[in-house]
Write a protein that binds this ligand. Structure first.
Ligand code: ATP
Ligand code: ZN
Length: 471
């Protein structure tokens, strides 16, 4: 049996890294074994669901390379993949459950339910549905209907059963049916309850492995009961620890967690997110930046951690740096192009990327180095003093070195050192400051050929003017 996984977001906001990691792990689990990954949109909450969030989350998944084999856009044998368009399917299953006696209409009002809950709490009991409408006969129902009460549909939970399943992440789980009250599977307005259509669709779509956040763990026994009653296949479930933010709270669409869209807009590479998130709560042997297929090859469901994973901005920055160092130069060029285009000659692009990529973290960082190489950069405030404390003689040696060795920085440094007697920082820092205006930056050996002999000579002249008179 091939693995089939799914990502089933509710389009009620932009997705965050917690949602994304669920999608990523599901994708990896499917692709590891040549299986399929399904995207299903759980938009039954008409009030909170928005089409623009569907569009946004699909754009996010495409950007990350997490393409789906069934779902919106590509369709598939179980279309439609929007739950809002599958209502006829759910109604059919409600009818089956009612005919079997596994579901019954409940006419209790929200006020009556709240009162019952309060009463149970005051008696020190865990509140659950008291079973008021469990045994209503046709007359009792008719009486409620006559006063215009709209019923919900409740699932009749068997009395004394144990519901067990083997969680792919957390191991064996046991629940007593006696702790689960009869629960609502269709709301009074006719709309399906989340865990009902979620379970039914997983079964109909042939999902074999459901990886999701542990916020869903308590839904699972109810979903298993529904599927068993309908004689539908029960997938394997794996409940992962949630990602918590710096405040210790789970990332959530409701609490304004940083969205994938924001991370993309601020210049993160998809490879940085994929590599960071795969290692967040899942140990990997490889320390290298890996593509999705390589990540999938190393991914193992049984390695998923049971303890919460904390979002760590530094680790994400580390993987962004790895992406900058390792991606093909054209990718890095396309990423920085909007910031530097027009400044960098076409023939110098590859060399420019090679020179500056270790010194970047966001595209805007490239603008400074483009100005350094091809424009007229200002001298940074912390650099001015360094030039003022050099001697004019030093710059005369530098100018003659440049005339002899051209843009070969190693040869230039060697000749200035031989003539001036300076070494180490006393040699390199003034040269860096004069040539770039900065006290830190990419290798001068890589920058100088881009700066070119003419600009370099002009900058050494400026340094000569700023140096104090001596010799
Ligand atoms: N902080 C989190 N860490 C890991 N996974 C998460 C986190 N929050 C949600 N998920 C998972 O993301 C998947 C999609 O969830 P869903 O679209 O319902 O979003 P949500 O963030 O839970 O929504 P809301 O913020 O409204 O509660 C689910 O499997 C859910 O368990
Ligand atoms: Zn009732």
């Amino acid at each position: 049996m091939t693995t089939k996984t799914r990502f089933a977001p509710s389009p009620t906001g932009l997705i965050h890294l917690g949602n994304l990691r669920t999608a990523l792990f599901s994708w990896l689990a499917a692709h590891k074994l040549g299986g399929k990954f399904v995207l299903r949109i759980e938009d039954t909450d008409a009030e909170r669901s928005r089409l623009e969030y569907v569009t946004a989350l699909m754009a996010d998944l495409h950007w990350l390379g997490l393409d789906w084999q069934e779902g919106p856009e590509v369709e598939g044998p179980q279309a439609p993949y929007f739950q809002s368009r599958r209502d006829a399917i759910y109604q059919g299953f409600y009818a089956v459950l009612e005919a079997q006696g596994n579901a019954y209409p409940c006419y209790c009002t929200p006020e009556e339910l709240a009162l019952s809950r309060k009463l149970q709490l005051s008696q020190g009991r865990a509140p659950r549905y008291a079973g008021t409408c469990r045994h209503l006969d046709a007359n009792g129902r008719a009486a409620h209907e006559a006063v215009g009460r709209q019923p919900t549909l409740r699932f009749r939970v068997p009395d004394d059963e144990e519901i067990g399943f083997d969680d792919a992440v957390r191991g064996p789980q046991r629940f007593a049916s006696a702790d689960i009250g009869d629960f609502i599977i269709r709301r009074a307005d006719g709309s399906p309850a989340f865990f009902f259509c979620n379970a039914v669709d997983d079964a109909l779509m042939g999902i074999t492995l459901v990886l999701r956040g542990e916020d869903h763990l308590s839904n699972t026994p109810r979903q298993i009961l529904i599927l068993q009653a309908l004689n539908l296949p029960v997938p394997q479930y794996g409940h992962m620890a949630l990602i918590v933010g710096e405040d210790g709270q789970p990332l959530s669409k409701r609490n304004g967690s940083r969205t994938v869209e924001e991370l993309r807009a601020s210049g993160f590479f998809p490879e940085a997110l994929n590599n960071y998130l795969t290692r967040l709560g899942h140990p990997l042997e490889s320390e290298a930046l890996l593509g999705l297929e390589a990540l999938a090859a190393q991914f193992k469901v049984e390695r998923l951690s049971r303890s919460p994973a904390r979002f760590d901005a530094q680790q994400l920055a580390f993987w962004q740096h790895q992406a900058l160092l390792n991606l093909p130069w054209q990718r890095v060029w396309d990423w920085m192009a909007p910031e530097v285009d027009g400044l960098v000659p076409e023939s110098a692009r590859e060399a420019f990327v090679a020179a500056v990529r270790p010194n970047l973290s966001i595209p805007e960082d490239a603008a400074l180095w483009a100005a350094v190489c091809f424009g007229e950069p200002a001298i940074a405030p912390d650099a001015e003093g360094i030039l003022q404390s050099t001697s004019k003689g030093f710059w005369q040696f530098a100018l003659s070195g440049l005339a002899d060795s051209g843009t070969d920085f190693k040869a230039l440094a060697k000749s200035v050192s031989a003539l001036s007697g300076q070494k180490g920082k006393a040699l390199f820092l003034p040269l860096r400051v004069a040539l770039t205006g900065q006290t830190h930056g990419p290798e001068l050996a890589a920058l100088l050929p881009l700066i070119g002999g003419e600009r370099a000579a002009a900058r050494l002249h400026t340094a000569l003017e700023m140096a104090h008179a001596d010799l």
